[in-house]
Design a protein around this ligand. Structure first.
Ligand code: NAD
Ligand code: WQD
Length: 354
């Protein structure tokens, strides 16, 4: 059991039942933090949190609620002495955001504003926000560095992240009590090494790794590779993939930065690019399964290649991505094999989309 001296502050994790939030909640519990998760389960299952508690050997507090619900937030802050908030809750499918911009601005922007108002009223001024490399926009030179300005984004999802970033920047300038960390994630993949926590997309996966994993396990027949005519070494797009456990650990580093007022921005990536074809070859090697694929035209909005300049996080947070590509794939594959249908035994707990 945890030594009482290890007890640290209470962290509110919004969206803590989701892919990244569940891994981060686990790492927080293992680091001795108390965790309160607020999630409406629109894209998650409470089963993930049961597994988090089981792996950690500690319990957390789960509140099923919406980050846009001010009364729910006020009650939460009155009942829990929250040290800091890590705000993962949001919608994240780029294509869906083009079709449903209102839902994306409502949840991602509206939810963040409501959260900040409730924090202000409760006197909680420490916030870590899940942002994305997408805010650099299509014209930024690689590698992306935090000193570069935000660019224009081509979809409501990306724009919602930029709007929240800018709002938080303005809040931090207006009131010196705020300490805010913006974490710009690159491409998180992988799963907890136990194979019990992982990414559980609904329907056809939008992202590369879940799709490859479902082909490897036989749930889908063929991977479609969007574009082989990019100006990259093999013609396919290049991304900076990082292990979700490294990403989760980055949030603990970010909490350490919240003793400094103001706004602090960090890329969380490996600093290395991997092409789609390199990923397919590596997955075939690690899983010892064939990944049949076909080429198709480019996907709207995809950029040819980007990766992080990851030095600032190392220098200021003491964080760097430690796990390599084979480990990311092996952990994805273990999760996929152990949970071929995801957390679906509990799928009824999901929200409106189920
Ligand atoms: P996810 O969908 O697995 O997790 C998001 C969680 O938020 C889910 O559990 C969902 O049920 C919950 N949620 C959604 N709307 C809510 C609301 N109104 N109130 C309460 N809970 C709500 O996504 P993820 O991959 O874990 O992403 C977490 C965060 O990181 C998101 O903000 C996302 O935009 C950001 N991000 C993700 C990636 C990525 O590739 N996964 C990259 C960059 C940034
Ligand atoms: C990676 C590469 C695809 C699926 C997205 C969001 C970004 C961030 C992370 C949240 C691309 C190719 C994919 C497939 C393919 N999310 N691909 N066949 O597009 O870099 O980033 O997720 O913040 O904002 O845009 O990740 O995994 O979708 O794609 O060929 O079936 O794989 O074209 O080159 P992306 P991805």
């Amino acid at each position: 059991m945890l030594d009482i001296n290890m007890q640290k502050g209470k962290i509110l994790v919004t969206g803590g039942a989701g892919y990244i939030g569940s891994h981060a909640s686990l790492v927080l519990l293992e680091e001795g933090y108390e965790v309160v998760v607020l999630d409406n389960l629109i894209n998650a299952s409470q089963e993930a949190l049961r597994r988090v508690e089981h792996i950690a050997g500690r319990s957390l507090t789960f509140i099923k609620g919406d980050v846009r619900d001010r009364a729910c937030l006020d009650q939460l802050f009155s009942e829990h002495d929250i040290y800091a908030v890590i705000h993962f809750a949001g919608l994240k499918a780029v294509g869906e955001s083009v079709a449903q911009p209102l839902a994306y601005y409502d949840t991602n922007v509206g939810g963040s504003l409501t959260l900040c108002r409730a924090m202000d009223a409760a006197g909680v001024f420490r916030l870590v926000f899940s942002s994305s490399a997408t805010v650099y926009g299509p014209d930024a030179p690689v590698p992306y560095h935090e000193s570069m300005p935000r660019g224009s984004t081509s979809n409501p999802y990306g724009t919602s992240k930029s709007i929240v970033e800018k709002t938080l920047e303005d809040i931090s300038h207006s009131d010196k009590r705020w300490s805010i960390v913006l974490l710009r994630y690159f491409n998180p993949i992988g799963a907890h090494p136990s194979g019990r926590l992982g990414e559980d997309p609904q329907g056809v996966p939008n992202n590369l790794l879940p799709f490859i994993a479902q082909v490897a396990v036989g749930r889908r027949q063929t991977l479609t590779i969007f574009g082989n005519d990019y100006a990259t070494d093999d013609g396919t797009c290049v991304r900076d993939y990082l292990h979700v456990m490294d990403l989760a650990e980055g949030h603990v580093g970010a909490l350490g930065r919240l003793n400094l007022a103001g706004l602090h921005i960090y890329n969380l990536g490996t600093g290395k690019g991997v092409s789609v074809l390199q990923m397919v070859e590596a997955f075939e090697r690690v899983s010892e399964r064939p990944i049949p694929y076909q080429f198709a035209p480019r996907r709207d909005g995809d950029l040819a290649a980007f990766w992080a300049d990851a030095q600032k996080a190392e220098q200021e947070l003491g964080w760097r991505a430690r796990r390599g590509l084979d480990e990311m794939i092996a952990d994805t594959w273990r999760w996929q094999c152990k949970n071929p249908q995801g957390y679906c035994a509990n799928a009824k707990e999901r929200g409106a989309k189920s």
